[in-house]
Design a protein around this ligand. Sequence first.
Ligand SMILES: CC(C)(COP(=O)(O)OP(=O)(O)OC[C@H]1O[C@@H](n2cnc3c(N)ncnc32)[C@H](O)[C@@H]1OP(=O)(O)O)[C@@H](O)C(=O)NCCC(=O)NCCS
Length: 179
Amino acid sequence: MRPEGPDVHLYRRMAAALTARIRRLTGADDRTLAEMYRQFEPLGVAAGLPPRNEQARREWIKRSLEHEINFGAFSPNGELAGHCFLAADGPGSAEMAVFVHQNFRNQGVGRQLIRAAIQEACRKHIQRVWTMTSADNLAALALLKRCGFRTTQRSVTAFDLELELEPACAAAAPHGATD
Ligand SMILES: CC(C)(COP(=O)(O)OP(=O)(O)OC[C@H]1O[C@@H](n2cnc3c(N)ncnc32)[C@H](O)[C@@H]1OP(=O)(O)O)[C@@H](O)C(=O)NCCC(=O)NCCS
């Protein structure tokens, strides 16, 4: 019997984790991203992202790929399973966005992507990574807390979270975990 109801994630946690191949994304990956986001569900859930409108989505993908810290997670079959990027918004500060295709959720893909992005942020001497999520996005909240983010502000509908990076993390961030 398929598990249903609020505890469904507990059952999914028991499923084997997906060891994704994490690699940097560049402007040349726009079609691959467009394909993943075309089928992405739900669209518009994270502050209107990914955009529901196809043209707006294409432009958003193009802009997102302009950010230096940009990673994709690929399944063993080579499908793009998720995308994470950091948008610099001031000296030493960047906003993080992470999206995992619904076919690959609850298998640790989000965590692997965030880990890669944070390691790169360390290497680039970013001191603060922050993000926002709606209060009912329990998966995002669980993932962010698991990755060390702490809540800086909360309202009935939304959470602001941030991760402060130690100055020493640049030296500790491994090289070669991604290509
Ligand atoms: C949020 C998102 C990126 C998570 O990606 P993912 O690959 O499923 O993440 P992971 O598998 O690494 O971790 C998910 C965690 O959420 C937990 N989770 C999932 N559903 C849950 C629920 N309903 N209640 C509580 N926890 C839940 C999982 O158990 C897991 O935690 P664990 O590692 O402690 O077991 C993905 O759901 C997504 O793309 N959502 C739509 C876009 C979005 O909301 N982006 C984030 C905006 S900040």
